[in-house]
Design a protein around this ligand. Structure first.
Ligand SMILES: NC(=O)c1ccc[n+]([C@@H]2O[C@H](COP(=O)([O-])OP(=O)(O)OC[C@H]3O[C@@H](n4cnc5c(N)ncnc54)[C@H](OP(=O)(O)O)[C@@H]3O)[C@@H](O)[C@H]2O)c1
Length: 251
């Protein structure tokens, strides 16, 4: 790949998104990240990206569930890059607790960010992707969208199951434009998002024991899979696929 390849990663300031941004940067791609509120983390990530001497490293404060924020992003990007090759719909939030404890407002917020956010980002950035010589989308789903045996709530599980449906349908819809759409479905990944579940030796051991490979994923493991699905030289014929990254845990 050369410097004329651009990837945008939502939630690219921390965790899986940051590892993905750095992974693309290692291949020399121009990288755009978005974040919700932690500007210091985003600035730190951009500094790390620039150290890799890539042609472009930008960060935008964008709430992916806010249409106006996303339109502002799109308008600015249209002035800065000729097209967008890869969109990684990664930003997401989580909650836990049983249905009786979850407020309707909490349910709505999770769906709004994890599912509607991916829809809004894709809808408004698609015209910039259609201009590219090639393009692909990778959605970051979760094992929680595939099996019920998880610690996250029904809201989170539903948002991720929705994202899997979104991936499959969109892959068919965009195939005629040559745009591939895939998703990764990770189990536990060592990031801030799930630190409450693994913050003691006992909790961590319990989570590891749930996986036949007895391991918790690293953000870089997910970034590698996203790179594989995003890049046509690695996965030209793969679309509508949900790549499970679960250390052997299928239930
Ligand atoms: N960690 C896991 O075990 C795991 C497993 C399976 C799937 N996933 C999925 O992987 C994705 C990334 O998770 P992570 O663990 O890397 O999370 P993380 O470390 O908590 O990072 C979340 C990122 O998303 C951004 N974000 C949150 N809400 C947003 C919003 N409304 N609009 C725009 N950006 C927003 C955050 O921005 P700020 O820094 O400004 O807050 C941050 O950059 C999520 O979709 C998550 O559901 C994670």
């Amino acid at each position: 790949m050369n410097g004329n390849t651009y990837a945008l990663i939502t939630g690219g300031s921390r965790g899986i998104g940051k590892a993905t941004a750095l992974r693309f940067a290692k291949e020399g791609w121009g990288v755009i990240i978005t974040y919700k509120s932690k500007r210091d983390k985003a600035e730190e990530t951009v500094k790390e990206l620039l150290r890799l001497e890539i042609p472009l490293a930008l960060s935008y404060k964008v709430d992916i569930s806010d249409i106006n924020d996303v339109i502002r992003l799109k308008n600015d990007l249209e002035k800065r890059i000729p097209y967008l090759n890869v969109l990684v719909n990664n930003a997401g939030i989580i909650n836990s607790g049983t249905i009786d404890k979850i407020e309707v407002s909490e349910w709505k917020r999770i769906i709004e960010v994890n599912l509607t956010g991916a829809f809004i980002m894709t809808k408004f950035l698609l015209p910039l992707m259609i201009k590219a010589p090639w393009a692909s989308i990778v959605n970051v789903a979760s094992i929680a969208g595939q099996t019920g045996n998880v610690l996250a709530s029904v809201a989170y599980a539903s948002s991720k199951a929705g994202l899997i449906g979104f991936t499959k349908r969109l892959a068919v819809e965009l195939a005629s434009k040559g745009i591939r759409v895939n998703a990764v479905a990770p189990s536990f990944v060592e990031t801030d998002l799930v630190k409450e579940f693994i913050d003691t030796y006992e909790k961590r051991k319990r989570i590891e024991e749930l996986h036949p490979l007895k391991t918790i994923l690293k953000p870089e493991d997910v970034a590698e899979a996203i790179m594989f699905l995003a890049d046509p030289s690695r996965s030209r014929t793969i679309t509508g696929h949900i790549l499970s990254l679960n250390a052997g845990r299928y239930t």
